[in-house]
Design a protein around this ligand. Structure first.
Ligand code: SAM
Length: 415
């Protein structure tokens, strides 16, 4: 239970995983749409350690007596200067508000809904989104609305002025705020202040360029299936044998890879998060997870600033070390993994210097605009992991494939 205004600063085990997940399963089977959404809101509150803000009101038109509270999402967009958008509705009864707010439908996932709201209301796309508070609105009849406030980072290189945006970006609102709004603004500013690293623009823009139809068709119809048979299948099988068992899993840079989903269905994982800085990369995984009813939450955060406040049995960091661009990024990413996982699995391909691995790498960089270029040798990889995690709980191995040698480190921590 999270108390009003408090946010746990340390990671804890997710409640539904700790309790064997039976309450969650009963809720999924028997709960009403509103109860299901309510339990998703609770799950977010726990995963992110969200403060609970309350508002007692009878005056708001939207707050009505209802046996089932309505669930809503509120979004605060912000730009690359970390200024938040304060919007203003025009008209004779001109009202101003800091949040774009919508009621949720049972089918929609929250992260997708945030992106839709910003697209619909401002015609802008979004990179990272992060819930920052839970709001419960009550009236004399009880709880009327239960919702989440999200911060949404607008994708770089968009012309915000050319959008349908109403309002302005600022670091301080020059509006008179209600006490709830003031708390939200303060919380938003706190969260943005704590973000040390900027979103890697190169990653985001290279992924946008990758959309070329011909490149995409060649990759998905020819290269990827071929590579699956020749290399990826073997890699995944060997890796599955090395990944420790666990009830909860996090893949910090899942991309378009289905490994986490396979683990979830084969091992009956209770809860998993697939994260990637580029939301679009996980599209097919989202479809698969939805179709198969897998308990996977999809999120979009920078590995360097992961805001999760729960501990996972297994954390995966696969094929992404070579995307990190400096010493400080590498250390920040590995320290984040250290805080979040009882077992951490780090995989990266050895520096491709000749032969097939070199050709594959050139293909990824030239045709797909892959942004990763800082590859490690085996001895560098081992030295790095040993330095950050120590050697006592760390096991190294290698998996040889046509695409190259995959270096694997499995770190076991007593947390
Ligand atoms: C080579 S892909 C690997 C994807 C997947 N893990 C796999 O093994 O196939 C690298 C992924 O890392 C993501 N990525 C790169 N930098 C990131 C960052 N700072 N935070 C989160 N994800 C990042 C990219 O968007 C991309 O999907």
């Amino acid at each position: 239970m999270i108390l009003a205004g408090s946010a746990p600063s340390q990671t804890t085990t997710l409640g539904s995983v700790k309790d064997g997940g039976l309450a969650r399963i009963f809720g999924e089977v028997f709960g009403s749409a509103s109860e299901k959404m309510g339990s998703r809101i609770e799950q977010y509150a726990e995963i992110y350690g969200l403060p609970l803000l309350t508002e007692n009101s009878t005056s708001r038109a939207s707050v009505q007596t209802n046996p089932h509270p309505e669930c809503f999402l509120a979004v605060i967009p912000y730009n690359h200067k970390r200024e938040t958008l304060f919007s203003e509705a025009s008209g004779p009864n001109s009202t101003r508000h800091i949040l774009s707010e919508v009621l949720l439908s049972a089918e929609e996932d929250f992260e997708g809904a945030v992106r839709r709201i910003v697209k619909d209301q401002a015609n802008l796309s979004v990179c990272e989104i992060q819930p920052i508070a839970r709001i419960i609105r009550s009236n004399p009849a009880g709880i009327a609305q239960d919702g989440l406030v999200f911060l949404a980072e607008l994708a770089p290189s968009q012309d915000a002025t050319a959008s349908t945006l109403v309002g302005r970006f600022a670091s301080e609102p020059d509006l008179q705020l209600t006490s709830l709004e003031a708390e939200i603004v303060e919380r938003a500013r706190d969260v943005l202040r704590q973000k040390i690293y900027a979103t890697p623009e190169g990653e985001v823009t290279s992924a946008r360029r990758y959309g070329g139809l011909l490149a995409s068709a060649i990759h998905h119809r020819i290269f990827k299936p071929l590579m699956y048979v020749l290399a990826s299948r073997q890699l995944k099988r060997s890796l599955a044998g090395l990944v420790p068992k666990g009830k909860s899993m996090l893949d910090v840079s899942a991309g378009d890879d289905s490994f986490l989903l396979t683990m979830c269905s084969d091992r009956q994982v209770d809860f998993a998060i697939a994260n990637d800085i580029i939301w679009g990369q996980m599209e097919s995984s989202r479809r698969t997870a939805r179709k198969q009813g897998l308990p996977v939450l999809f999120t979009s955060h920078n590995i360097l600033d992961l805001p999760f406040k729960v501990l996972f049995d297994v954390v995966l960091f696969k094929n992404t070390l070579h995307h990190l661009r400096s010493q400080s990024e590498v250390i920040a990413a590995l320290q984040n993994l250290k805080k979040l996982g009882r077992n951490i699995v780090i995989v990266d391909v050895e520096r491709p210097t000749y032969g097939a691995p070199r050709i594959v790498n050139t293909y990824y960089r030239r045709l797909l605009n892959d942004a990763g270029e800082h590859f490690w040798t085996r001895s560098q990889f081992r030295a790095l992991i040993s330095e950050v995690f120590g050697t006592s709980g760390t096991k190294f191995s290698e998996i040889r494939t046509l695409k190259g040698v995959y270096m694997v480190a499995v770190v076991k921590q007593e947390l």
